[in-house]
Design a protein. Structure first.
Length: 70
């Protein structure tokens, strides 16, 4: 199921030599909370930054892909 939101914070980090991103996202239609998304570099668009409008897919409460909305 796809959801939409706005990236508020981006924190890149490496785990066993692989680049990951931790995102704090304000989800459209959800109030007062930021969703924490941790995702591997190959499942997100290049160079995410705070303020990006995004769409992300969720399977069994796990974010599987993040795309930038145009």
């Amino acid at each position: 199921m796809a959801k939409h939101g706005t990236v508020r914070v981006v924190k890149p980090y490496e785990l066993h030599g692989v680049l990951y991103y931790q995102l704090a996202v304000a989800v459209d239609g959800e109030r007062d909370a930021l969703r924490d998304i941790r995702i591997c570099h190959d499942s997100i668009y290049d160079r995410p930054v705070a303020g990006d409008d995004i769409e992300f897919d969720i399977v069994l409460s796990v974010v599987t892909e993040v795309r930038k909305r145009t």
